[in-house]
Design a protein around this ligand. Structure first.
Ligand code: BGC
Length: 427
């Protein structure tokens, strides 16, 4: 009943969009799955309450690969959107070009920097100016498992890699795919970065993906992560001789919900998607952290920037930014999206309303930098060029099991050194 009423009111709000809204903004983003659309609809309804129409420019492609290309070509053609999803160091790169609206006044009036953790705050800053509005915090080192299958097979929640292995073998024996994993480049690399964190912890992780140390790629911990990736690949199918399959992450979610897959390692947008499919947390599926990473937080922070253009939309853009960070939007949006609020100042009631995975994500992240690892794949660690080169190489390694780990390490290390030299960072 509640859901029905909510749908009617969103429909009502959308229906009167043109008539009721006094301003509209063009929003470019990469949210196209069911939960992402649900979260977007929530934002649209909140904006409409303020008489702002969100004109949608959604570009399909998990991880935002397509959206970034479209954004570049739109800007080059002088047709930049008023609002765009932009995350991580890319925010500063675009701000460097002088195209992004400064949001200092909004940030000051609404005390953003007092209520955000230093990591989030820093991401929004460019030359002492606030240039982005943060919406949600995703955790990537999550393990999802099918509760019914685990119960049927008498399997406990995997807390260690031994538990994980045992579960994988039992699932395979029952003819269930143990680990749902697409061979799409960004999805393989998302798994791999979790394994680097597992094997090396946050400091080593940063050496590899943030500091881009060529010697870190030759390290034994990097070798262990590569071996683990190979091991993981053996769990992605049942029976011999099957090749890795390139699927969208939402297809993996469908298969998981249908009971064809036992476990999935993925960012918590996966939880949002399962919930939007009607799956119940702890009844149909459960989430926990990937073994040996429970005290760490591999993060991606979704944020939006406002393109300044001729400044004619500044007032409405500031209002959009303010709404995104406001407490009611943070709480409502993140519940649908699978992420958690970026704000540290949640009251005890709001904290109690988080499910167990969300609570663990929020609490762990707010312990500070020592436990945090910025996602390479989801644009938190370094620039696009470096990210794309590494992601492509990881997929190659995953697809071709004839490459030896030692050769691959040499190749990666040489590539990293060359990229660093090209960009003037010596190592
Ligand atoms: C974004 C999420 C999104 C996911 C899948 C990530 O890079 O941060 O918001 O749901 O990609 O498209």
């Amino acid at each position: 009943m509640f859901e029905y009423k909510a749908k009617i009111s969103v429909l009502g709000l959308l229906f009167c969009a043109n008539a009721c809204a006094s301003e509209s903004v063009d929003v470019l983003h990469w949210w196209t799955s069911a939960s992402e659309r649900g979260a977007t609809r929530f934002l649209q309804s909140k904006l409409l309450e303020e008489k702002i129409e969100w004109r949608d420019a959604a570009i399909p492609g998990g991880g935002g690969i397509g959206a970034m290309r479209v954004l570049k070509s739109r800007v080059l053609a002088g047709k930049q959107p008023a609002v765009a999803q932009l995350i991580g160091p890319a925010i500063a790169e675009w701000a460097d070009l002088g195209l992004i609206l400064e949001l200092d006044q909004v940030a000051k009036t609404h005390g953003w920097h007092k209520s955000l953790s230093p990591t989030v705050s820093n991401l929004l800053m460019h030359r002492e100016h606030t240039v982005a509005a943060p919406l949600g915090l995703h955790r990537i080192n999550n393990l999802y498992y099918n509760v019914r299958l685990f119960r049927q097979l008498g399997l406990p929640e995997p807390r260690s890699m031994d538990d994980f292995k045992r579960a994988a073998l039992r699932l395979a024996a029952a003819n269930i795919i143990p680990l749902g994993q697409s061979s799409e480049a960004w999805q393989v690399a998302t798994l791999f970065e979790t394994l680097v964190l597992m094997e090396g912890g946050p400091t080593f992780y940063r050496d590899v993906f943030v500091e881009r140390s060529a010697t870190a790629y030759l390290d034994a911990r990097f070798a262990r992560a590569l071996n683990r990736l190979r091991q993981m690949r053996t769990y992605t199918h049942v029976g011999a001789g099957k090749l890795p399959r390139e699927q969208s992450w939402t297809d993996v979610a469908q298969q998981f919900a249908a009971g064809q897959i036992g476990m999935v390692i993925m960012g918590d947008w996966f939880k949002g998607e399962l919930l939007s499919m009607g799956q119940k947390l702890d009844t149909d599926f459960a989430c926990t952290t990937v073994p040996n990473t429970q005290q760490y937080h591999l993060y991606s922070i979704d944020s939006f920037v406002m393109f300044s253009g001729d400044y004619s939309q500044q007032t409405v853009q500031e209002k959009v930014a303010q709404l995104m960070v406001s407490m009611p939007v943070q709480q409502g949006y993140n519940r649908i999206k699978g992420s958690v609020p970026v704000r540290r100042d949640l009251d005890p009631k709001a904290i109690a309303a988080l499910d167990r995975c969300a609570a663990s994500s929020w609490q762990t992240f707010n312990r500070g930098k020592v436990v945090q690892a910025p996602s390479l794949v989801h644009r938190m660690a370094t620039d696009e060029k470096f990210k794309d080169a590494i992601v492509a190489q990881i997929q190659k390694f995953y697809l071709d099991d004839r490459i030896s780990v030692a050769d691959y390490q040499q190749r990666m290390s040489a590539m990293v050194r060359a990229l660093n030299i090209q960009e003037g960072n010596m190592e």
